[in-house]
Design a protein around this ligand. Sequence first.
Ligand code: PEP
Ligand code: MG
Length: 576
Amino acid sequence: MKKLKGIGVSPGVAIGPAYILLTGRIKITRRILRPEEVSREINRFHRALDETIRDLEEVKKHIPAEMSQPLSIIDAHILMLKDPSLIRETERYIRESFMNAEWALRKVLSRYQQIFLSLGDFYLRERIHDLEHLIDKVILTLQGQNNQTTLKEPAVIVAHDLSPADTARLRPDTTQAFVTEVGSRTSHTAIVARSLGIPAVVAVKDVTETVNPGDLLIVDGLSGEVIINPTQEVIEEFLDRRLECQERKAFLSKFAKEPAITLDGRRVAIRANIELLDEIPLALEFGAEGVGLYRTEYLYVTRRDLPGEEELYRTYRQVVEGLSPELVTFRTLDIGGDKFAQELDLPEEINPALGLRAIRLCLKNPALFRTQLRAILRASLFGRVRIMFPMISGLGELHLAKEILAEVAEELRREGVELKELPSLGVMIEVPSAVAIADLLAREVDFFSIGTNDLIQYALAIDRGNEEVAHLYEPLHPGILRLIKQSVEAGHREGIEVAMCGEMAGELFCVPLLIGFGLDELSMNPQTIPAVKNLVRKLSFEECQALVEEALNLPTPEEVRALLLDWFEKKDLTLF
Ligand code: PEP
Ligand code: MG
């Protein structure tokens, strides 16, 4: 038995066999062959190639004959692997440069990459991704660990990292838990794990090396513990913990449908953050009063081309109708940064979080933006819709975005779409400069939604995906508390509502402060809603305001934390 420790980011206890998912580039070592090893290495290469081709043939058998597109893609991949020049060049590196097969394959790949990229053609660039993927598959076969991306049996996924695309493809019925080497509480893997209700632990150093495929793992998504091959006694202890978790969930679910009203009568809207259509029934079951943040990026994930207006419209309409009469807040595309840069083939940036992201990307590619806005506006006819723009850092961006929205609406009206009123419009407050000019922004929009994941990242200068600085993520930092206060006050002075949709909104520990700040809405992962509602119903707004005053006078996060702990204890409030 061995114990590892990481950051628990999605509560729950799972016990199951490890499934090592190798993502990203595979680590390979270079080995110089002795002359007598050359022919054996060439045979090894051929065996791996044949095995990879056999695997692909096997995959083909499971695809129905009428699905001609996937079949032809796999056929094309098989042809690539049988390509005589690929085989010849790899053999040449092995024979003449005494390279091991893995290294020789990488050399051949980098030659192809140079040639393909110099052509600058989008279609050809895509084909090089296919080749990279195929060569990785052969290398994995050489290393005896061919990678499968779909799970057949329930298992605990262990990976260096999971891209948002990987995460979106994993299903709660087969994925018992996630464990990754990188990430933080607000990295996207963590957010998706929470909303799917899958226990997850991130930032576990070297876990892909320490765990072997099939090892029995216990994952505690609350404490961040990962136990490899536990003893029977430990298994029993965790089974008890799991039961406790389930009982707690069942108890809290009783509060799901109650409104969040404080003891002295202040009502706060509790909404859900969703990213997938499948999450709507779950969000409603957990008592969401609509959706405060619909992350619209996911439709762009599972594909290589961009979704068209019709497809977006159909999905958005389903979302709007599925939630009606409650409202849906569409956040326009927030691509870039740690989200989907890979899928969309965006250029690599040294500093992606500060790069061409979100509204900046949309304003640079107006066609992409307009397509999405047209689809949202058309869907808005079928229920209650709000729109909000991410990453607004100044008025200029807001003006341009509003102009495009107005043009798109006019265009639709000319086409006969009966758009009487436009949906209410908001901005996310997630860049420190937006807080500084919140008074100016508030005059131009109908609501604010504070995105603390990014606001904390930018204000405290900590990369939200970097496990080395994850411990510095601190919602209770006096700097952050002041930024929140300033945003709420600026919004209220102009008579607009102020919501919060960052992960902080669902941190029970922070909820009394958020109520005290006067936030009108908290939007969070659906699973947390019952617990937050239950807590709000035990609070007094007036007391929370006094608590905020006290907290704002404290100089360090530690003192704010101590104040809160003390307060929870005095009020006899449990922190599940
Ligand atoms: C945020 O930044 O707080 C937020 C809600 O948006 P995302 O996590 O999608 O960047
Ligand atoms: Mg954000």
